[in-house]
Design a protein around this ligand. Structure first.
Ligand SMILES: [Zn+2]
Length: 542
């Protein structure tokens, strides 16, 4: 009797060990980046979130309440790269969405690649690859660790939202082509689209989603988390006279599919494509973990257009929450509850509209960087006698015209001195930092670390401008933007859920660079090769 009780105990221990191993090794990891999602959106609209969407992750998963981006500028491409590489622009090289190749005097788009051809779409939208990304991603490391047997895919409306997360060895990355309404790819990944994606495109979801009128889910009077529907801080969708519900874009039919980016259908089509990918590629079907990297670009377009205080933003998040709930139900059925792990984060947050803040008597402002270029060059000429010494102002950085400085034998230090002096005279500027000589700069932490982390010596401008809180570059009187070090841009949601993840939350500060090493630890694989982050140990069930 005693013997058999011991046997049962032994069996249970062994069974438990197996069960635990199975639980710790998900069959599928789904990464979801919600483009421009401020951390506070988890709570601002919480009352009307369903139990199955954001709240499922918050209640049943692990909630890192103080997840911060540890670099500037806080833009889409560096954010997507950081989440999946565990490192910062200084190392992964994705210094911004667009940067300047100063010696060749040209703009570079983060994923542009003239060596590849479009696959399934237009020439304009298709020539992209992760070639400018200098490090591996979690997906790359998983592929290396499994002798390429793991499958890794990236899907987003934005090319950079699909390509940078998926990495160099991905089986595929698919993004939206505004001119056709199809998901496309490039020859970097293969010579043709997979059959399932061609079939998916054949269903013409973009057409039906564009035809859907966007009305509020609930009675407009109940949108008490937002200011009135028609307000002066909102931009207008193409073809519309007022920024009000219901939004109807059917008049723009035949003018391409770019408007889908601004409609809830832009999220719907991503979840539809994700399901088609999971089914057709049998993601999570065997014991070799796969990774699906999803990025929802629509929240960013809606935020830029209408700002965080608009009913459109609120309604879009309520709809997104329902789509998440339905997607998680799909994963439960298709991959099996307990067999998959989800992480959800954002690539950056967003500021409040600066005029809205000013009207509330909160210090704020905005000014377009490009518009200041002529004035700055005139000042530098007055001070140094040299013309056109500044090539470009973008990403809160100053790109000096290095070729002209050489040719005209200008004193580079004098030029930099004049640039810094001019910026210090402008409204809304808090610090101006010479990134090549940081010893003399009085700059408090964590700003110093953030600018160093964001500075790539070949791709960033050599002078970094830091605006006062509430100030940002560009976007005129309506909508909003992001890019600064301030908490509204750098405080992001970070939720882990599912296989191998504990239930709970932490108020300890963690960084965006901690996501990739945490997923790597979960999968028992090497962290990406430029990783500087740390494992969020308390999130893991071990
Ligand atoms: Zn973004």
């Amino acid at each position: 009797m005693k013997y058999s009780v011991l046997s049962v105990v032994f069996f249970l221990c062994v069974f438990n060990a197996f069960a635990k191993k199975g639980k710790e090794q998900p069959k599928l990891v789904v990464g979801i980046v919600v483009d421009q999602m401020r951390w506070d959106f988890l709570y601002r609209y919480n009352d009307r979130y369903t139990d199955g969407g954001f709240k499922r992750l918050m209640k049943e998963g692990y909630n890192c309440q103080q997840a911060m981006i540890n670099y500037v500028p806080t833009f889409t491409a560096p954010g997507h790269a950081c989440a999946y590489t565990g490192t910062v622009p200084s190392v992964h090289g994705i210094a911004a969405n667009d940067w300047v190749d100063i010696r060749n005097e040209k703009q570079v788009y983060c994923t542009e690649d003239k060596t590849v051809l479009p696959v399934g779409g237009s020439y304009k939208a298709g020539r992209n690859s992760p070639r400018n990304l200098l490090t591996t991603t979690v997906g790359d490391e998983l592929k290396l660790a499994t002798n390429m047997r793991a499958k890794v895919f990236g899907i987003a409306i934005k090319d950079r939202g699909a390509i940078l997360p998926a990495g160099h060895t991905a089986n595929g990355a698919y993004w939206f082509d505004d001119s056709t309404g199809n998901f496309i790819s490039s020859s970097f990944y293969g010579e043709q689209l997979p059959v399932w994606l061609s079939r998916f495109n054949g269903k013409r979801y973009a057409d039906s989603l564009m035809r859907e009128e966007w009305h509020t889910l609930y009675d407009a009077a109940t949108y008490t988390s937002s200011i009135t529907d028609n307000n002066k801080y909102e931009g207008k969708l193409k073809g519309e006279k007022e920024p009000v519900f219901p939004h109807n874009t059917s008049k723009e039919k035949g003018k391409g599919y770019g408007l889908l980016r601004y409609l809830p259908g832009g999220n719907t089509i991503i979840f539809k494509a994700a399901k088609a990918c999971i089914r057709a590629e049998a993601l999570g079907a065997d014991d070799i973990t796969d990774i699906l990297c999803l990025s929802l670009s629509t929240p960013d377009y809606v935020g830029h257009m209408f700002s965080p205080n608009a009913m459109e933003t609120e309604d879009m998040y309520l709809r997104l929450d329902m789509e998440l709930a339905s997607f998680f139900n799909y994963l439960d059925k298709q991959v099996g509850k307990g067999n998959y792990t989800v992480f959800l984060t954002a690539d950056h947050g967003a500021a409040h509209n600066s005029n809205y803040l000013k009207d509330l008597k909160i210090p704020a402002g905005n000014k377009a960087e490009h518009e200041a270029l002529a004035e700055l060059n005139a000042y530098v000429k007055k001070e140094t006698g040299k013309d056109s010494m500044v090539f470009d102002l973008s990403n809160y950085q100053v790109y000096l015209n290095e070729n002209k400085i050489d040719k005209q034998k200008a004193d580079r230090e004098d030029v930099k001195g004049a640039v810094i002096a001019w910026f210090k005279m402008q409204d809304g500027i808090q610090y101006v930092v010479d990134m090549e000589d940081m010893d003399d700069v009085v700059l408090p932490e964590p700003l110093k670390t953030l600018v160093v982390n964001g500075y790539h010596h070949k791709r960033s401008g050599c002078i970094q401008v830091i605006t006062e809180p509430g100030w940002y570059s560009g976007y005129g009187p309506t909508g909003t933007t992001h890019g600064t070090w301030n908490p509204y841009d750098t405080h992001i949601p970070l939720l882990f859920y599912g296989a191998g993840i504990k239930k709970g939350e932490t108020q300890h500060k963690v960084h965006m660079t901690d996501i990739a090493p945490t997923i790597s630890a979960l999968l028992n694989i090497q962290m990406p090769n430029g990783c500087i982050g740390e494992v969020i140990e308390t999130a893991l069930e071990r």
